[in-house]
Design a protein. Structure first.
Length: 157
């Protein structure tokens, strides 16, 4: 089973959405037995908390349920546990390399798979209102299908 860790700063906005969208898409494609997803934050500021209400609300509107997720920080053991680390922005990407020693071969920024901006960051919607969460959902959703196609190709599926 291929294990993917989605990473943002606090693990309450972007990475829980990414995990939820990924799980929804792979389950609908009957690929759930091939992939496992989790999410974590560079910081432990929100350890044990539910995702932000804005993330929960926008996910629920799209019939994706993330309210049972709980924030956790990236830990040393993740380096050995996960096959891919998907950073939401450049700062998260650099922290994963510098602070956690994640090899570049296992690490991608999510928007590398975004047809509209392969060099961009997924903006942090924290405190930005419902339109910010919708924008983030759309970016993640748009990036996820090509990412899943990449994973399928890598696994020969």
């Amino acid at each position: 089973m291929v294990k993917i860790l989605f990473v943002c700063l606090g693990n309450i906005c972007r990475s829980p959405l990414a995990q939820g969208i990924f799980e929804d898409k792979i389950n609908r494609a009957n690929l759930g037995s091939y992939f496992f997803a989790d999410s974590a934050g560079i910081s432990g500021w929100h350890r044990g908390e539910k995702p932000d209400s804005g993330s929960i609300e926008i996910a629920r509107k799209k019939n994706i349920h993330i309210e049972n997720q709980r924030s956790r920080p990236v830990v040393e053991g993740d380096k050995h546990e996960f096959d891919y680390f998907i950073a939401m922005d450049g700062s998260n990407y650099e922290s994963l390399i510098r602070e956690f020693g994640i090899p570049a071969s296992k690490l991608f920024k999510l928007r590398r798979f975004d047809s509209l901006d392969q060099n961009g960051n997924v903006p942090d919607p924290y405190g930005g209102g419902s339109n910010s969460f919708l924008q983030v959902f759309e970016i993640i959703d748009r990036s996820m299908d090509p990412f899943i196609e990449y994973l399928k190709e890598q696994q020969g599926l």
